[in-house]
Design a protein around this ligand. Structure first.
Ligand SMILES: [Zn+2]
Length: 164
């Protein structure tokens, strides 16, 4: 019984060294104790597993960022190489321009089809549109159009200024 309590005290002393041991510090005393003590071996396995889980939780965040950085660096180097040789720089631009003009032609064709398809309906719109604009124009109060109200505003403003 005395032996057991003294051993558990002994074990607690080793438990504090688990972390250092797992992170690579040589600890022959701990190693030999673990071969004799089942409780400590289990505890060491547990903390090793916990450490692995922690590392796994951390690594997915760091690995893509490394890959991302490598990708970015590769792109920067590519851009630098392109900037150093003007001919190599213009070639993809020319390719892009030819593609863009082709796209523009397609868009123009689509637009002309759209205009031909929907133009007759658009011509009908102004009658209803005109009514709506008239209504909205009368709905809005228009202070700048009235010279009398403008004078009133100026008078009230000057009065306020003199009042100060
Ligand atoms: Zn032990």
């Amino acid at each position: 019984m005395f032996n057991r309590t003294s051993q558990s005290k002994h074990c607690r002393q080793f438990e504090a060294r688990f972390e250092d041991y797992l992170s690579g510090t040589r600890d022959a005393e701990l190693e030999s104790h673990v071969t004799q003590c089942d409780a400590c071996r289990a505890a060491l396995e547990d903390s090793r597993l916990a450490g692995d889980l922690l590392r796994e939780a951390w690594e997915p965040a760091s690995v893509p960022s490394l890959a991302f950085r490598a990708n970015v660096m590769a792109r920067i180097r590519q851009e630098e190489a392109r900037a150093k040789s003007p001919a190599a720089f213009w070639t993809p631009l020319e390719f892009l321009a030819s593609r863009l003009s082709l796209t523009a032609a397609v868009i123009l064709l689509a637009l002309s089809v759209y205009v031909v398809e929907f133009a007759p309906r658009r011509i009908e719109l102004p009658s209803s549109m005109g009514m709506r604009t008239e209504l909205s124009a009368s709905d809005f109060p228009q202070p700048p159009g009235d010279p009398v109200s403008n004078e009133d505003i100026l008078m009230s403003l000057s009065e306020r200024n003199y009042g100060r």
